[in-house]
Design a protein around this ligand. Structure first.
Ligand code: HEC
Length: 115
Protein backbone atom coordinates (compact mmCIF):
# COMPACT_ATOMS: atom_id res chain seq x y z
CA UNK A 1 0.00 0.00 0.00
CA UNK A 2 1.35 3.40 -0.92
CA UNK A 3 0.87 5.14 2.42
CA UNK A 4 0.82 2.02 4.58
CA UNK A 5 4.20 2.49 6.17
CA UNK A 6 3.40 5.65 8.10
CA UNK A 7 0.05 5.83 9.89
CA UNK A 8 0.22 9.65 9.96
CA UNK A 9 0.06 9.70 6.19
CA UNK A 10 -3.10 7.67 6.27
CA UNK A 11 -4.66 10.11 8.72
CA UNK A 12 -3.65 13.07 6.57
CA UNK A 13 -5.17 11.39 3.56
CA UNK A 14 -8.42 10.81 5.44
CA UNK A 15 -8.51 14.41 6.62
CA UNK A 16 -7.93 15.56 3.06
CA UNK A 17 -10.74 13.50 1.60
CA UNK A 18 -13.04 14.65 4.41
CA UNK A 19 -12.25 18.26 3.53
CA UNK A 20 -13.13 17.60 -0.07
CA UNK A 21 -16.37 15.85 0.70
CA UNK A 22 -17.38 18.70 3.02
CA UNK A 23 -16.67 21.20 0.25
CA UNK A 24 -18.89 19.09 -1.99
CA UNK A 25 -21.66 19.19 0.58
CA UNK A 26 -21.48 22.94 0.88
CA UNK A 27 -21.88 23.23 -2.85
CA UNK A 28 -24.80 20.84 -2.87
CA UNK A 29 -26.50 22.94 -0.17
CA UNK A 30 -26.57 25.95 -2.50
CA UNK A 31 -28.97 27.31 -3.95
CA UNK A 32 -29.73 29.36 -0.89
CA UNK A 33 -33.42 29.74 -0.17
CA UNK A 34 -33.73 33.48 -0.70
CA UNK A 35 -37.20 33.98 0.79
CA UNK A 36 -35.84 32.36 3.98
CA UNK A 37 -32.91 34.74 3.82
CA UNK A 38 -35.31 37.67 3.61
CA UNK A 39 -37.34 36.28 6.49
CA UNK A 40 -34.26 35.68 8.65
CA UNK A 41 -33.12 39.26 8.10
CA UNK A 42 -36.41 40.89 8.97
CA UNK A 43 -37.16 42.17 5.47
CA UNK A 44 -40.76 41.00 5.68
CA UNK A 45 -41.44 43.18 8.69
CA UNK A 46 -41.43 46.12 6.28
CA UNK A 47 -42.01 44.53 2.87
CA UNK A 48 -44.71 42.30 1.41
CA UNK A 49 -44.38 40.31 -1.78
CA UNK A 50 -47.23 42.16 -3.49
CA UNK A 51 -48.51 44.50 -0.76
CA UNK A 52 -47.00 47.77 0.40
CA UNK A 53 -46.25 47.58 4.12
CA UNK A 54 -43.76 50.14 5.47
CA UNK A 55 -41.67 49.78 2.34
CA UNK A 56 -42.78 49.08 -1.22
CA UNK A 57 -44.05 45.64 -2.28
CA UNK A 58 -41.30 43.60 -3.88
CA UNK A 59 -43.49 43.22 -6.96
CA UNK A 60 -43.57 47.04 -7.25
CA UNK A 61 -39.78 47.20 -6.95
CA UNK A 62 -39.46 44.57 -9.70
CA UNK A 63 -41.89 46.52 -11.89
CA UNK A 64 -40.12 49.83 -11.38
CA UNK A 65 -36.66 48.47 -12.18
CA UNK A 66 -37.71 46.12 -14.99
CA UNK A 67 -35.30 46.33 -17.90
CA UNK A 68 -32.81 48.62 -16.14
CA UNK A 69 -29.35 47.23 -16.52
CA UNK A 70 -28.01 48.59 -13.23
CA UNK A 71 -31.01 47.40 -11.25
CA UNK A 72 -29.16 44.71 -9.27
CA UNK A 73 -26.37 47.11 -8.31
CA UNK A 74 -28.85 49.85 -7.39
CA UNK A 75 -30.90 47.58 -5.18
CA UNK A 76 -27.77 46.15 -3.59
CA UNK A 77 -26.72 49.68 -2.66
CA UNK A 78 -30.13 50.42 -1.17
CA UNK A 79 -30.27 47.19 0.83
CA UNK A 80 -26.74 47.54 2.14
CA UNK A 81 -26.64 51.28 2.82
CA UNK A 82 -30.30 52.05 3.37
CA UNK A 83 -32.52 54.12 1.15
CA UNK A 84 -34.61 57.22 1.44
CA UNK A 85 -36.73 59.37 -0.83
CA UNK A 86 -37.24 56.89 -3.65
CA UNK A 87 -40.62 55.51 -2.64
CA UNK A 88 -42.07 57.88 -0.11
CA UNK A 89 -41.24 59.51 3.16
CA UNK A 90 -40.22 56.36 5.03
CA UNK A 91 -36.54 55.42 5.00
CA UNK A 92 -35.05 51.95 4.93
CA UNK A 93 -32.31 51.37 7.49
CA UNK A 94 -28.94 50.06 6.31
CA UNK A 95 -28.04 46.39 6.62
CA UNK A 96 -24.29 46.51 7.17
CA UNK A 97 -23.98 42.99 8.57
CA UNK A 98 -25.43 41.23 5.53
CA UNK A 99 -22.85 39.38 3.43
CA UNK A 100 -22.42 40.85 -0.03
CA UNK A 101 -23.38 37.54 -1.66
CA UNK A 102 -26.62 37.55 0.28
CA UNK A 103 -27.37 41.16 -0.63
CA UNK A 104 -26.90 40.21 -4.28
CA UNK A 105 -29.15 37.16 -3.92
CA UNK A 106 -31.84 39.31 -2.31
CA UNK A 107 -31.61 42.01 -4.99
CA UNK A 108 -31.76 39.49 -7.84
CA UNK A 109 -34.65 37.67 -6.23
CA UNK A 110 -36.68 40.84 -5.57
CA UNK A 111 -36.37 41.75 -9.25
CA UNK A 112 -38.14 38.49 -10.16
CA UNK A 113 -41.18 39.01 -7.90
CA UNK A 114 -44.36 39.24 -9.93
CA UNK A 115 -47.65 40.84 -8.97
C1 HEC B 1 -37.69 49.18 8.90
C2 HEC B 1 -38.36 48.83 7.66
C3 HEC B 1 -37.56 48.13 6.58
C4 HEC B 1 -36.82 46.98 6.65
C5 HEC B 1 -36.52 46.13 7.89
C6 HEC B 1 -36.39 46.68 5.31
N1 HEC B 1 -36.83 47.64 4.44
FE1 HEC B 1 -36.47 47.70 2.44
N2 HEC B 1 -37.41 49.51 2.34
C7 HEC B 1 -38.04 50.14 3.40
C8 HEC B 1 -38.51 51.44 2.95
C9 HEC B 1 -39.29 52.45 3.81
C10 HEC B 1 -38.14 51.55 1.59
C11 HEC B 1 -38.35 52.77 0.67
C12 HEC B 1 -37.11 53.66 0.77
C13 HEC B 1 -37.13 54.84 -0.15
O1 HEC B 1 -38.18 55.45 -0.34
O2 HEC B 1 -36.05 55.16 -0.70
C14 HEC B 1 -37.46 50.32 1.25
C15 HEC B 1 -36.95 50.05 -0.01
C16 HEC B 1 -36.42 48.83 -0.39
C17 HEC B 1 -36.01 48.48 -1.73
C18 HEC B 1 -36.09 49.39 -2.95
C19 HEC B 1 -34.85 50.28 -2.95
C20 HEC B 1 -34.70 51.16 -4.17
O3 HEC B 1 -33.55 51.57 -4.40
O4 HEC B 1 -35.68 51.47 -4.87
C21 HEC B 1 -35.51 47.21 -1.68
C22 HEC B 1 -34.95 46.41 -2.83
C23 HEC B 1 -35.61 46.76 -0.32
N3 HEC B 1 -36.15 47.77 0.45
C24 HEC B 1 -35.21 45.52 0.14
C25 HEC B 1 -35.12 45.18 1.47
C26 HEC B 1 -34.49 43.97 1.97
C27 HEC B 1 -33.87 42.90 1.10
C28 HEC B 1 -34.60 43.99 3.32
C29 HEC B 1 -34.05 42.98 4.32
C30 HEC B 1 -32.63 42.78 4.31
C31 HEC B 1 -35.31 45.21 3.68
N4 HEC B 1 -35.60 45.90 2.54
C32 HEC B 1 -35.63 45.57 4.98
C33 HEC B 1 -38.20 49.65 4.67
C34 HEC B 1 -37.56 48.53 5.17
Amino acid sequence: MLYGANPMNKIRLMALSLTFSLAGLAQAADPVNVPDLAKANGCFSCHGMTEKVVGPAYSSVAQRYAGQKDAVADLMMSIQNGSTGKWGRMAMPSHPSLAKDDVKRLAEWILTVKK
